[in-house]
Write a protein that binds this ligand. Structure first.
Ligand code: ATP
Ligand code: MG
Length: 367
């Protein structure tokens, strides 16, 4: 796939931008706070519907403006697609595909695939379990647009069940009467989310191990496992829901006391180990960075396997943090096939061959 053009209007620090991308490699160079990451964020937003930096659309709309427009033209094997997103502070988004307004954003997902890598992604190894869950979700959203609604439905049920558990005006009898309905809803909506995360990790693991061996020189043994609260011995929907129901029954007294739901995919963990030791607590900085790189390259391979299209690679300020061997591995892995947008504050970080084959764009105050 190829991102041919990107247009921004009142997005972050961009008042107006119309960018044509013609070569497979683009380097965005500029001083700090000029809009390099904002531009990649816009691409990520079109691909996943989400930003790794902003929780609310309010943050994305240029301060003092009402709405933003982010649009792109994408060349795919099946033809060219025009994608457009209108963001309004505190209101619903409008999504257009080929000029036609879509009912939900999910219907516009899957047309642009990208894998991004920035220093924030080190949290993938170091951060809380939520970061790893978000990563899995971000991939699933791109692979299967329906995952957006599966996840949203689950979170909605979770939210409502939590509200019920927090109510202080209900007698314990009244609560006991209402809970079974919510238990059923919770486990029913939790199951497809967990089964998809489980299957995703089974596919990602060998790819990530391959890249990890390549980058670390094969000296270390890396493993990645899905760790939900239940054993995933039988992965059919019925068994998963059954196991969740049993665990819920065990935890119910505790849930009532704490006033929150303690069972479900919002409690999933993804375990990352190097030579059997958790990378989160014990990995060196270099090991953690290598791990993230392996995970990202695995993500790229998987997206390509599933969609048949080579995703875009967005690298935000990462070269500076890698030693030369790892930089070589990364740039080598990218090869010629992957459309790549890289940001940097110094062009000197690129080897001359890369520099010559790339289009260099200077970003200054959102222009
Ligand atoms: P660095 O090299 O430090 O990473 P960068 O070029 O990646 O810098 P960005 O994060 O893309 O910088 O842009 C930051 C700029 O965008 C800041 O000046 C910030 O104030 C501005 N900015 C962010 N959000 C908005 C917004 N909603 N409205 C207006 N300006 C914004
Ligand atoms: Mg930046």
């Amino acid at each position: 796939m190829f991102l041919q053009s990107l247009q921004l209007h009142d997005f972050r620090n961009y008042a107006e931008l119309a960018l044509d991308l013609s070569s497979a490699k683009t380097i965005l160079v500029g001083d700090n706070a000029q809009g390099k990451s904002n531009l990649l964020e816009a691409v990520q937003l079109l691909a996943t519907g989400r930003s790794s930096r902003a929780l609310r659309d309010r943050e994305l709309v240029t301060q003092g403006k009402e709405q933003s427009r982010v649009a792109a033209r994408i060349e795919r094997l099946g033809g060219t697609v025009e994608l457009e997103l209108i963001l309004r502070a505190g209101k619903r988004r409008t999504v257009r595909l080929g000029g036609e307004t879509q009912r939900t954003q999910a219907e516009a997902l899957g047309y642009l695939n990208c894998v991004s890598f920035s220093s924030i992604d080190l949290d993938l190894v170091r951060g809380a379990p939520e970061t790893r869950r978000d990563w899995l979700d971000g991939i699933l959203l791109q692979l299967e647009p329906i995952y957006t609604s599966l996840l949203a439905q689950y979170l909605q049920v979770l939210h409502q069940r939590n509200a019920l558990l927090r109510r202080t005006d209900l007698s314990s009898e009244a609560l006991a009467e209402q809970l079974p309905l919510w238990d059923d809803l919770l486990t029913r909506h939790a199951t497809p989310v967990m089964r998809r995360r489980h299957r995703l990790l089974l596919r990602l693991a060998p790819l990530a191990q391959h890249w990890h061996r390549a980058i670390s020189g094969g000296r270390e043994n890396f493993a990645i496992h899905y760790q939900p609260q239940i054993a995933f011995e039988r992965e059919d929907a019925q068994s998963v829901q059954q196991a969740l129901t049993e665990l819920l029954a065990q935890k119910q007294a505790l849930e009532v006391r704490r006033g929150t739901s303690l069972v479900g995919p919002h409690r999933d963990e993804v375990e990352l180990t190097i030579d059997g030791i958790p990378a989160r607590q014990f990995g060196s900085q270099g090991q953690q960075r290598t791990l993230v790189l392996a995970l990202k390259l695995a993500e790229l391979n998987l997206l390509e396997q599933v969609t048949g299209e080579v995703p875009l690679l967005l690298l935000d300020d990462v070269l500076a943090e890698l030693d030369l061997h790892r930089q070589d591995q990364l740039l080598g892995a990218i090869g010629e096939r992957v459309q790549t947008i890289v940001t940097t504050t110094h062009l000197g970080l690129f080897d001359s061959q890369w520099l010559h084959s790339a289009t260099v764009l200077t970003i200054k105050q959102g222009q």
